[in-house]
Design a protein around this ligand. Sequence first.
Ligand SMILES: Cc1cc2nc3c(=O)[nH]c(=O)nc-3n(C[C@H](O)[C@H](O)[C@H](O)COP(=O)(O)OP(=O)(O)OC[C@H]3O[C@@H](n4cnc5c(N)ncnc54)[C@H](O)[C@@H]3O)c2cc1C
Length: 437
Amino acid sequence: MSEEVAVAGGGLAGLVVARRLAEAGVDVHLYETRDTVGGRVRSRHRDGFVLDRGFQVLFTAYPAVQRELDLAALDLHTFAPGAVLCDTEAGTRSVLSDPFRDPRSAVASLRNRHVSTSDKLRTLLLREDLTSRDPSRFFTGADRSIREYLDSWGFGEGYVENFVAPFYGGITLDRSLSTSKHVFEYTFRALSEGEIAVPADGMGAITRQLAERARAAGVTIYTNEGLTSIETDRGGGSARGAGPVTFRTTETRREAQALVVATDPRSAREVTGVESIPETAKPSTTQFYALPQRDRIETGRKILLHTDGASPNVVVPLSEVAPEYAPADRELLCATFLGEASLDRDDEDLAADTRRVLSAWYPDRSFEALEPIHTDRLRFAQFAQPPGVFDDLPSVTAPDGSVYLAGDYTAWSSIQGAMESGAEAASAVLAGEPVGE
Ligand SMILES: Cc1cc2nc3c(=O)[nH]c(=O)nc-3n(C[C@H](O)[C@H](O)[C@H](O)COP(=O)(O)OP(=O)(O)OC[C@H]3O[C@@H](n4cnc5c(N)ncnc54)[C@H](O)[C@@H]3O)c2cc1C
């Protein structure tokens, strides 16, 4: 029997497209290859700890986040604006804050020796410029690297190396700042207009909520069943909506009027043959640590940025921000290590680096009891986003006929990009014709 619409992949993009179609009255069947949906946004619960899949955060100002999620139900816990800049060589920490959003830290921030007063003023001008522009146009037009962009604004080396490199290194998984300036502009604006947060029950609560809403709208979700190939597409090369499309899963042969491929970029490229789907990966490794309550560090809910080294790039006081992330007698921290090389390092080697930097940043404290409890090595965390990449990404209608794409790689690598892509794919399926080439 032919289904109306099949969706392959239960990450953010797949869940959004499935729910939107079901809400429009379509009979939707979603196939997820793993035993659980969520894709790159999942959490596991172990011994009272909440362990996200890598260190991830939700930017509350993202338009798709506000549109697709019930934020109140997620019980969000917010990071404080700014960061603590930590220097291992000098053994110092200093607060860099946002004087408009966090006036109490403004005085400490103005005295921050890492960042000159003129760079702080430039930051305010940059913010004024970015908040006055139309965000829907951020990913178009001339492009260059984040580093070149900041140079053109006249930012000093201290600001770029001590703050932007570790901070945006965390967001783009690229501390060299060779990522497209479009990502910087969009996220900088979102940071100016909203909060950075995690749900009380972990980032996985986001995709759990989307899955619950999809099921409530009538979507049937099959786990442990993945798309393996597309066999025939009678709509191929002709008008949209001409379906049906026949495809194979790990279980059986199926047919639907339309198929949305919402898998990760590499498997979407393999199964659809669309060569503009990017396959170069940005890897990262996140290690989670338990610390006895008596040894806790208090950062004022700020991220610790490693200014003079990248191993690790950042240390995050997760349970200080969201106490639900750890049992009452322990603290949960995590540290992120960037790049391919981080994937091959063993757990104890990574933990030794984190203990070493924390001991330098907090010379009066001991971190002997810092215990690594889990390590996530993610080979494909995001797709690489060098300058110019956005001109060549596929649209959701890139495959022929009744096959559509949905995934961060049709927009940009983020929660916003994935959800927006899902919404766009749903509109394209409903319209039965190509949207936005
Ligand atoms: C460590 C890390 C940190 C990040 N930090 C942030 C952050 O702080 N903020 C932010 O906005 N974004 C962040 N991102 C990016 C964001 O998580 C992703 O852009 C987004 O989750 C991608 O969603 P997606 O639905 O496009 O793809 P995916 O999440 O990859 O979903 C694809 C789904 O398809 C399934 N699948 C694969 N093959 C098949 C098949 N053949 N058949 C059926 N199903 C299949 C997969 O199992 C998966 O469930 C981060 C990502 C990582 C990994």
